[in-house]
Design a protein around this ligand. Structure first.
Ligand code: NDP
Length: 499
């Protein structure tokens, strides 16, 4: 986006939404309304109905009917691809609108929102291709009398529970893949950021998606989310959020043994070797920390840096962090916007206080930025952190980085892997052997070498250890939403069992 473009104005009144079931918009009626305030401006921006467990039942019934009558799963991959391609075009036609409401509800900079929405359109394009590529396998080596087929079938009705940090992008890392596989969807966005998941209902309907295939029931996690993980007629839930709720989802899903996809937290290392391009590395580490105010599951929140350069690198990094433009997310020049929720703001400040109380040394940041209105926190760097401190072990989900010097590559790996999480890791070095050897030994579902928080839908995402189960995106991401059937076909006359 043009950084000199004018700052967008706030809406004159909040935009009201209904909810979307069986291809139709339903009014809020007498349901409670969540009036969402912009976290940067403290004015109401959207009014969202808080659906009930009964609304969820209605949506699941619609999704089940749409799945069973094969109005979507019975189409060819080519026909599904055509709808997904049209949806990509529909997203592109509404980039301004989607980015605007995303920024207003979430607090992220408008330029970033636009980038995410455009990126989401690309994911739909990719998934359209994947719909046509999805296939099974054959076994032609079972002798002349037998042919074996391995077919993939859509898993059925899929519940999507998405968080508030990347409301549209995370939705778009799932929906087109679920649809490519032939499944039907009931989505529950975070109560704080439902607008773009709801707007997507119109875009998909305009693209020709049959009624009942994509349903959205906004509501509280404790009510609608919980009911979704427990629901006996949902075949799979993809949950993205905290490890705490992920753990409770595992228990709730046991009722009907539904499959779970879980993308949970991270405590991701940025490993910087002395031979790295230190300017690139400092820029990348600053980005990995401050991007989206650190409210990313893949944020680089632990700096594991070779001791010989630790002081120099920390100084470079704090210089860069001081230049990050934190401010009004509606200003196209802003790089880092507001903290999305009050609760998250308090959580981050509590962790900063805990770091200081435990004796870590504050190098830069460490406080709120007062802009008159809204919740902003300066990118924060702690040195002198020991591996047992709370700030070293727990996911903060804010722009707070702890520095850990290492002496040898083995020690770097030991520090990097000293966490219950295993979502992502970044490695900065110009030595190809070190890069590959470290990427092999680090326990993480995503590894970046001389880059961070980047990539496209071709590569899968997901975590090792307590960062989750399963994979989203890539061809693996479509396969997650299928189940495998083995078919044995006997040719010719049967060898009799009974003579
Ligand atoms: P949650 O895990 O509570 O929220 C994520 C999603 O789960 C939301 O849609 C939420 O709905 C829903 N949810 C909440 N309770 C339940 C439940 N019992 N059953 C099913 N779904 C539920 O995260 P928080 O918003 O509380 O954030 C807390 C921490 O979680 C953060 O500090 C961060 O560490 C981590 N987090 C990680 C994310 C990631 O991308 N991996 C994303 C968000 C948070 P609702 O918001 O409507 O309550």
């Amino acid at each position: 986006m043009d950084e000199k473009a004018p700052i967008l104005s706030l809406p004159s009144e909040p935009r009201s939404f209904g909810f979307f079931v069986e291809g139709a918009w339903l009014d809020a009626g007498d349901r409670k309304i969540m009036e969402r305030e912009s976290p940067a401006h403290e004015v109401p921006v959207t009014r969202i109905p808080l659906c009930t467990a009964a609304d969820l039942d209605r949506a699941v019934t619609a999704a089940r009917a749409a799945f069973e009558d094969r109005r979507w799963s019975g189409l060819s991959g080519a026909e599904r691809a055509a709808v997904l391609s049209k949806a990509a075009a529909g997203i592109r036609a509404r980039v301004d609108e989607l980015a605007y409401w995303e920024t207003l509800e979430n607090g992220k900079p408008i330029a970033q929102s636009r980038g995410e929405v455009e990126g989401a359109a690309g994911i739909y394009d990719y998934a359209a291709g994947a719909a046509r590529m999805l296939h099974g396998d054959t076994f032609n080596n079972l002798g002349d009398k037998m042919l074996g087929l391995v077919t993939r079938e859509p898993i059925g009705v899929v519940g999507l529970i998405t968080p508030w940090n990347f409301p549209f992008f995370i939705l778009s890392e799932r929906v087109p893949f679920v649809l490519a596989a032939g499944c039907t969807i009931v989505a529950k966005p975070s109560e704080f950021t439902s607008a773009t998941s709801l707007i997507m209902a119109d875009i998909l309907a305009d693209a020709g998606l049959p009624a009942g295939v994509y349903n959205v029931v906004p509501g509280l996690g404790a009510e609608v989310g919980q009911a979704m993980t427990e629901h006996a007629d949902i075949d799979m839930v993809s949950f993205t959020g905290s490890s705490r709720v992920g753990r409770s989802a595992i228990q709730a899903a046991s009722g009907n043994f539904k499959k779970l996809g879980l993308e949970l937290g991270g405590k991701n290392p940025q490993i910087v070797f002395a031979d790295a391009d230190l300017d690139d590395a400092a820029d990348g580490v600053a980005f990995g920390l401050a991007f989206n105010t650190g409210q990313c599951c893949v944020s680089g929140s632990r700096l594991v840096v070779e001791a010989s350069i630790a002081d120099d690198f920390t100084a470079r990094l704090s210089e860069k962090l001081a230049k990050v433009r934190v401010g009004d997310p509606l200003d196209p020049a802003t790089q880092v916007g507001a903290i999305t929720t009050d609760a998250q703001n308090a959580t981050i400040l509590d962790y900063i206080a805990a770091g200081q109380a435990a004796g870590a040394t504050l190098v830069t940041g460490g406080a709120s930025i007062d802009r008159g209105k809204g919740r902003f926190i300066a990118p924060t760097l702690f040195a002198g952190v020991t591996r047992d401190m709370t700030i070293a072990r727990e996911e903060i989900f804010g722009p707070v980085l702890s520095v850990f010097p290492f002496a040898t590559p083995d020690e770097a790996i030991a520090i990097a892997n000293d966490t219950n999480y295993g979502l992502a890791a970044s490695i900065w070095t110009k030595d190809i052997d070190k890069a590959i050897q470290t990427s092999r030994r680090v326990q993480a579902g995503r590894v970046w070498v001389n880059c961070t928080i980047t990539g496209g839908p071709e590569l899968p995402i997901g975590g090792f250890k307590q960062s989750g189960w399963g994979r989203e995106t890539g061809i693996y991401g479509v396969e997650e939403y299928t189940q495998i059937k083995s078919v044995h076909i006997e040719l010719g006359k049967r060898d009799p069992w009974i003579a």
